[in-house]
Write a protein that binds this ligand. Structure first.
Ligand code: ADP
Ligand code: NI
Length: 213
């Protein structure tokens, strides 16, 4: 393993240690693992993909109030760890553009960005995706379910970010859409099984909620 990866993991241990919303170090490590699986099939620049996969949440406005400061800290750290300016530009493009944004994100222009986005999205679905979504709900004080709150279709990123719905609605608002939004055939293959598992889970959840199971 290249020396930069353990260094990044130590950096992430500090940056993500406060998180209780499903975006802690274990998420970053799974995205790294997913990205490796996808790039083994699809190709792309391995170093750019794996570094971006690890650090992608360090500048997330959901997790950090001072995003600009986080970005400066991250870029300085990566530069001191041996990344070239060209690598930093590619990494910055990826981590600034892979977010879901309520379905309003633009098509990604590099294969590396497409792979990291797919890797992140795989960790948002399936059994782990379910677990993370309930963690997020708990951490942010979002209700588990409420029939009175309708499922939303977001016109822009701001509407998505400001909306406080329910954990169950989030499956319809985002998670069930991800399978068809995967960029690469390799990721789509992994997504199918995870998608089916979420469908079963929601069916059972609603049966129990309605006293039918
Ligand atoms: P992105 O950074 O791609 O926009 P999200 O904002 O959707 O990603 O957050 C990533 C994960 O956090 C989701 O996959 C989900 O598990 C959780 N999450 C985000 N928003 C909500 C929400 N409103 N309700 C429940 N979980 C959420
Ligand atoms: Ni992520």
């Amino acid at each position: 393993m290249e020396a930069i990866y353990p260094k990044i993991i130590s950096f992430l241990e500090k940056e993500l240690c406060q998180d209780t919303s499903g975006h802690s170090l274990d998420h970053a490590l799974r995205v790294y693992q997913n990205a490796r699986m996808i790039l083994n099939v699809e190709g792309g620049n391995e170093r750019i993909i794996l570094i971006s996969a690890l650090v992608h949440d360090v500048i997330d406005p959901k997790l950090f109030k001072q995003v600009k400061k986080q970005e400066e800290k991250l870029l300085l750290f990566l530069k001191e760890s041996g990344c070239s300016q060209e690598e930093l530009d590619s990494i910055q493009y990826i981590i600034k553009n892979i977010s879901f944004k309520g379905g309003n994100s633009t098509k990604l222009t590099s294969l590396e960005a497409q792979i990291v986005q797919d890797a992140d999205r795989l960790d948002a679905i399936g059994a782990i995706g379910i677990g993370r979504t309930f963690m997020y709900g708990g951490a942010k004080g979002i209700k588990m379910y409420d029939e009175q709150l309708s499922i939303m279709d977001f016109e822009n990123e701001e509407a998505y970010r400001n909306h406080k719905g329910t954990v169950i609605n989030h499956f319809y608002e985002k998670l069930f859409k991800l399978k068809d939004l995967m960029n690469t055939p390799a990721a789509r293959k992994f997504a199918d099984k995870r998608h089916q598992f979420m469908e079963k889970f929601i069916e059972q959840f609603l049966d129990e909620w309605n006293g039918e199971s």
